[in-house]
Ligand binder design. Structure first.
Ligand code: HEC
Ligand code: HEC
Ligand code: HEC
Ligand code: HEC
Ligand code: HEC
Ligand code: HEC
Length: 403
């Protein structure tokens, strides 16, 4: 009797433990290998392979077996903190990988566990999330579409450039013809005197002066504007190679776009994070990458040619647009990731800024940032206005854009 009671108690505990384990396991399965892990892993791809040839950092196959989960979570979040605190494994890895710091990652514990499960599963999402493999026909159709889009973009750019060139040529022709007419008229007025009525001279001279003044004014306003500017750079740095083919995030290099006025150009130290290891490119061989090494050794900054440049009297802030306004870089800079060499695709004129401010809605309701706009809130609530655009909350004030 006693014996059975004891056995039952054990059995009950055992059953409880099993249920608990099952519960934990199913919880973990729900966290593991989701599409979010796949998306987050994109930031790791430039530096880590699973197996085969090593990139900047170690291959990650088997990493969940060779390290503790807690260690991995801390290390992936901020490896340098661990190196500095003297963690022996982190210190040894750092030395083994030529003191290349792995950048910190702003990820939660759950996100990191999810990524680790994704790595353990051979970089595949769990079966319930897996997309069916596209058929060859679908793949071919996709490639044709991509090629079409690229061709269309190039054709559009070409057309715009042609239009701009034609417009410039026409302006030049009008300018010269007007100048010739002016000279002939003045010459006739003073010397040949073929035309007797003086008011004809006066009228023609007046019209000529107005036309020339207008052309001069327009040209002056456009000075400093440089749509389609695409200068050669001191190092052949390709956004297509880095941002598209190697899927490096824009903000990996232009870190400041999120929190400051300027997006910033990365220093050679950032390039060296990877180019300590990557010494050769498929397109330029070793020539261009050697220039990075040289700049790094000499400590002289690379003299990048500035492309986008507003006049001094205009105030523009990246974080306002990228962080608060949630705009994509492409809205203003075009598809930079398709360009080997960056080209300015918008003219950055006042009209361009205002046009977007007039059409782009801001997140107005329940946004503390816009609480001061009492009158607008009243009109919004009463339904008098349906949407609030950027120009209604300051994006149309001269003083917000001009110093
Ligand atoms: C700029 C390159 C770079 C990026 C991006 C990067 N890593 Fe690393 N990673 C390294 C380097 C280099 C090391 C070697 C340790 C060191 O130098 O500090 C490393 C080490 C590691 C290790 C330890 C491996 C071992 O054998 O113990 C793990 C795990 C790891 N990285 C995971 C990740 C994950 C996950 C991501 C993306 C969220 C990521 N890394 C993004 C460069 C990078
Ligand atoms: C690996 C680093 C790196 C990445 C990733 C990167 N850039 Fe750049 N970017 C640079 C460097 C270096 C320059 C300066 C040389 C040049 O103009 O090509 C630059 C220049 C630019 C410029 C022109 C700056 C000027 O002078 O006006 C724009 C715009 C730009 N990047 C946007 C982007 C966008 C958008 C992305 C993401 C799709 C991106 N970048 C990703 C390094 C990077
Ligand atoms: C996160 C890693 C990473 C960073 C940061 C990085 N690169 Fe690269 N870069 C690569 C990889 C990978 C390749 C090799 C592409 C290939 O296979 O051709 C490459 C290739 C190149 C090439 C040769 C391109 C070719 O195909 O010939 C040049 C030049 C270059 N990078 C310049 C730079 C400069 C300048 C910076 C800093 C502004 C920089 N890179 C930052 C990863 C990086
Ligand atoms: C609302 C339009 C807009 C958006 C969105 C935008 N930019 Fe810009 N960007 C500009 C303008 C305008 C300039 C010229 C600023 C100046 O001359 O003061 C510029 C300049 C730059 C420059 C060169 C000068 C600098 O600021 O350091 C870089 C690099 C750049 N942008 C990258 C980016 C990246 C990366 C993103 C996305 C994260 C982005 N931009 C989003 C409009 C935009
Ligand atoms: C692609 C659309 C777009 C373009 C182009 C654009 N902006 Fe904006 N801008 C916005 C949006 C959206 C906001 C509101 C952001 C927010 O929600 O805080 C904004 C806000 C602003 C503000 C802040 C107004 C305030 O409330 O204080 C200023 C200043 C500004 N933009 C200047 C410029 C200048 C200068 C240019 C041209 C060089 C420009 N913007 C081009 C979309 C744009
Ligand atoms: C959304 C931002 C924005 C607002 C609001 C704005 N401007 Fe501008 N303004 C610009 C930019 C950008 C330029 C320079 C662009 C260029 O070269 O055409 C400029 C240029 C100018 C110029 C120089 C002439 C020229 O064509 O280059 C004058 C004058 C001017 N603005 C006056 C004003 C006045 C007056 C207001 C208020 C009614 C105003 N701006 C509101 C962005 C703005």
């Amino acid at each position: 009797m006693k014996q059975t009671l004891f056995t039952r108690a054990i059995l009950r505990r055992f059953a409880f433990a099993c249920t608990l384990l099952l519960f934990i396991a199913s919880f973990n399965a729900a966290l593991a290998q989701t599409p979010e892990a796949e998306a987050n892993y994109q930031q790791c791809k430039a530096c880590h392979n699973l197996e085969g040839a090593k990139l900047i950092g170690p291959n990650l196959a088997g990493v969940t077996e060779r390290r503790e989960q807690d260690w991995l979570i801390k290390f992936i979040r901020n490896s340098q903190e661990m190196v500095q605190s003297g963690d022996p494994i982190a210190v040894a890895l750092y030395a083994e990988y030529n003191n290349i710091p792995m950048p910190p990652h702003n990820l939660t514990d759950e996100q990191i566990i999810d990524i680790l499960a994704y790595i353990k599963n051979g970089l595949k999402v769990a079966p319930e999330f897996a997309k069916p493999e596209p058929s060859n026909e679908e793949l071919a159709a996709k490639m044709v579409l991509a090629a079409q889009i690229e061709a269309e973009q190039e054709a559009r750019l070409q057309r715009l450039q042609d239009l701009e060139r034609d417009a410039n040529r026409n302006t030049g022709t009008i300018f010269i013809i007007t100048l010739i007419i002016l000279i002939v008229v003045i010459f006739d007025l003073l010397v040949t005197k073929v035309i007797k009525a003086k008011f004809v001279h006066t009228a023609l001279i007046l019209i000529g002066v107005v036309v020339i003044a207008e052309i001069a004014y327009k040209e002056a306003a456009a000075i400093g504007r440089q749509q389609y500017y695409q200068p050669d750079q001191p190092i052949w740095f390709s956004h297509k190679v880095h941002a598209a083919q190697n899927e490096i995030d824009c903000k990996y290099c232009h870190t400041a776009a999120d929190y400051s006025k300027s997006a910033g150009i990365p220093s050679v130290n950032v390039c060296m994070n990877c180019h300590h290891q990557v010494k050769e490119g498929k397109i330029t061989g070793t020539v261009e990458i050697a220039k990075i090494q040289k700049a790094w050794e000499s400590g002289e900054p690379v003299q990048w040619v500035r492309i986008h440049n507003l006049p001094d009297h205009v105030y523009f802030n990246h974080s306002q647009h990228v962080n608060s306004g949630k705009l994509d870089c492409a809205e203003c800079h075009g598809q930079v990731e398709t360009m080997h060499e960056v080209m300015q695709v918008n003219d950055l004129s006042m009209g361009w800024c205002l046009q977007c401010h007039r059409k782009t809605e801001v997140q107005f309701a329940n946004n503390g940032f816009y609480e001061t706009y009492e009158k607008l809130h009243e009109q919004f609530k009463s339904g008098q206005i349906k949407k609030v655009t950027a120009d209604m909350v300051g994006g149309g004030d001269c003083m917000k854009c001009h110093y």
